[in-house]
Design a protein around this ligand. Structure first.
Ligand SMILES: NC(=O)c1ccc[n+]([C@@H]2O[C@H](COP(=O)([O-])OP(=O)(O)OC[C@H]3O[C@@H](n4cnc5c(N)ncnc54)[C@H](O)[C@@H]3O)[C@@H](O)[C@H]2O)c1
Length: 594
């Protein structure tokens, strides 16, 4: 294809517009920048000069490249200058009437062939297009902030946009070194549509005091590898902006999960908009600062008042699967003697052999010394059945995710293990209280939800039931520190923190696909490049397993009865068809053929 759009006008040179102007000029195109008035134009030019000077200082750009690109950018305050452009990109503030008036004006000024693109985040591109007489040449082009480093561009087509115009804009994006994805006209498009629903749930979780802001954020960073926790991200985006985007999403979807959590409205009303005002979910050193001020919150005071922990000198782990073996490794590496208890001696021995292999891999990767490997292995004793667990101080159960099996095991442990020992389950989707009530000592039972692979993942969700004794919680929190894990505290409800926030988002992605709103590849790309996620939702679903995901989604729906949490039918169909993800060779993608 011929290089599209040799001359591009950018209207509005604020945060986004200035970034877009520089990116376009870097591709060798002429840029006509238009601002609201002479003072704004002068400020915009100064901003562009400063940002490109920073890029030179950081060696992202040479001084010659900077001179060349600045020579390609002219900035003025006459919209009529846009008539010379082949494409106009609008980046004025997020206000529908402002944008509609601007597009009506551009429609009069520009020749009929000029393509007009809006940079809106959450407004209707269709309504903006309707202000012109050329809706087939109007589309959305959604860049991400900061434009120079974010590779994603969502190219948004309305029902009237010509495919050719969309393809040309996508081509331009590729020419700028970006990855365009195709989206339809829906509030939030792909990346924000999925992101903000999740941020909203995190805000609601905080509001209901299910967990602290620090624990919610740590859980999502450490449990899912996200670059930032959701509440810190809301502060960065701006609580007001987030609320506006959610309002727009709710307006269209009428999905209660998109209705802004009340806490967002309260923060906005109080002027606590996040980093930019110095306080939002967290408090910052100054407005605009990214440095959080440590506050002595009520939770911290509560933690300080916690009773003393019980002493833990030895550990028993029940089970012989992936999680059990990983958990044994965690404790043995931290110097705890561990009884690895399986249903038969043979299973226990096999699990220890798995552990030896895993330790060996760490040695060969230079992460563990041979002495440390031998010391850890020597601490692990495989045993058959649970009789030998009588004297351990902590039992961690990691057997099959089946309530009947777990209850039977807890009933058995109750008869064997000495009084005062802590009994923990590592269940990810069953109620901890149901394990507790299978014993005569529910106060000693708690959840310790490790993540897979346990030796590598630092997060442990510490789940206290309504009956868990405070010193049992204190014991497990302290122990997590000793085995180099990061504990977060939460109550005994479906999904705990991580799965309750992660799986509704994965389900939303499946629904987006089911509605033919975007493709598997585009959705994965949007989340990786737009939000910095380590994996896209479909990659993750295929790794986790579609059957496992469906079970968790059903548990969440059953618990909260929220219509928006019902598992997407497409997920059910794939599971019914035996497409369970990587483990069967096919899920959302066909892995067998790769
Ligand atoms: N900031 C982000 O993270 C982000 C990310 C993606 C998309 N967006 C979207 O990009 C668009 C621009 O947002 P921003 O953050 O750059 O806003 P901004 O406030 O930083 O910049 C807007 C600029 O437009 C100028 N302007 C106002 N009226 C004008 C007019 N009539 N003619 C010409 N210029 C005019 C203002 O002087 C200002 O410089 C919005 O639609 C926003 O939703 C923002």
């Amino acid at each position: 294809m011929e290089r599209p759009f040799p001359t591009v006008a950018v209207v509005g040179l604020g945060t986004m517009g200035a970034g877009v102007a520089v990116a376009v000029a870097r591709s060798g195109r002429r840029v006509i920048g238009v601002e609201a008035g002479p003072a704004q134009a002068a400020r915009a030019l100064a901003r562009i000069e400063a940002s490109t000077a920073r890029a030179v200082a950081r060696e992202r750009l040479t001084a010659e490249e900077r001179t060349a690109l600045l020579a390609l950018i002219e900035v003025g305050d006459e919209l009529t200058a846009a008539a010379q452009a082949d494409l106009v990109i609008e980046e004025v503030p997020e206000d529908l009437e402002l944008k509609r008036a601007l597009f009506a004006e551009l429609d009069r000024i520009c020749p009929p062939g000029t393509v007009l693109a809006t940079g809106t985040t959450a407004l209707s591109v269709t309504r903006i297009a309707a202000a012109t007489a050329r809706p087939e040449r109007v589309l959305g082009v959604h860049f991400f902030n900061p434009v120079h480093s974010m590779k994603l561009v969502e190219v948004v087509r309305t029902v009237l946009t010509s495919p050719q115009a969309a393809e040309q804009v996508a081509e331009l994006a590729r020419d700028l070194g970006k990855e365009p994805v195709a989206a339809g006209d829906r509030a939030g498009f792909i990346a924000n549509g999925l992101l903000f629903a999740y941020l909203n749930q995190a805000a609601a979780m905080f509001e209901s005091r299910y967990a602290t802001r620090e624990d919610i954020d740590a859980a999502m960073r450490l449990g899912c590898g996200l670059p930032m926790g959701p509440l810190a991200l809301l502060d960065l985006i701006g609580v007001d902006t987030a609320r506006t985007v959610l309002e727009a999403m709710y307006e269209q979807s009428k999905d209660r999960l998109h209705a802004p959590a009340p806490i967002l409205g309260q923060l906005v009303a109080a002027g606590l908009l996040g980093r930019k005002s110095g306080r939002g979910f967290y408090t910052y050193e100054a407005p605009g600062s990214s440095r959080q001020v440590a506050e002595k919150s009520a939770e911290a005071a509560e933690a300080a008042a916690r009773p003393a922990a019980r002493e833990v000198r030895s550990v028993g782990v029940c089970g012989s699967g992936t999680m059990a073996t990983g958990i044994v490794e965690v404790f043995a590496k931290a110097g705890f003697p561990v009884l690895l208890a399986a249903r038969s001696q043979e299973k226990a021995e096999r699990a220890k052999a798995q552990l030896a292999k895993s330790l060996e891999r760490s040695v060969s990767r230079g992460r563990l010394s041979e002495e440390a490997r031998d010391a850890a292995l020597a601490l692990v004793t495989p045993v058959s059945g649970y009789q030998d667990l009588a004297d351990v101080d902590l039992v961690v159960e990691a057997v099959a995710e089946d309530l009947a099996v777990k209850r039977e095991l807890f009933g058995a442990l109750d008869k064997i293990v000495k009084p005062g020992a802590v009994l923990a389950t590592t269940t990810s989707s069953l109620p901890v209280i149901s394990c507790a009530t299978a014993t005569s000592r529910p106060q000693d039972v708690i959840g310790m939800h490790f993540f897979n692979p346990a030796p590598a993942m630092r997060l442990v969700e510490v789940v206290s039931t309504v009956l868990t004794a405070e010193d049992v919680t204190a014991t497990v929190l302290e122990l997590c520190g000793k085995v180099k894990k990061h504990p977060v505290e939460c109550g005994d409800r479906a999904g705990f923190i991580v799965n309750a926030l992660l799986f509704p988002y994965l389900n939303d992605a499946v629904r987006m696909l089911e509605e033919h709103y975007a493709t598997v590849d585009d959705i994965d790309t949007a989340m990786k490049l737009g939000c910095g996620y380590p994996m896209g939702p479909f990659e993750l679903l295929d790794v986790v397993g579609l059957d496992v995901s469906l079970t968790i989604e059903k548990v969440l729906h059953q618990e909260f009865r929220e219509p928006g949490l019902a598992a997407a039918p497409l997920l059910e169909h794939l599971v019914a068809a035996g497409c369970l993800g990587r483990k069967t060779g096919r899920g959302f993608r066909d892995h067998a053929r790769r």
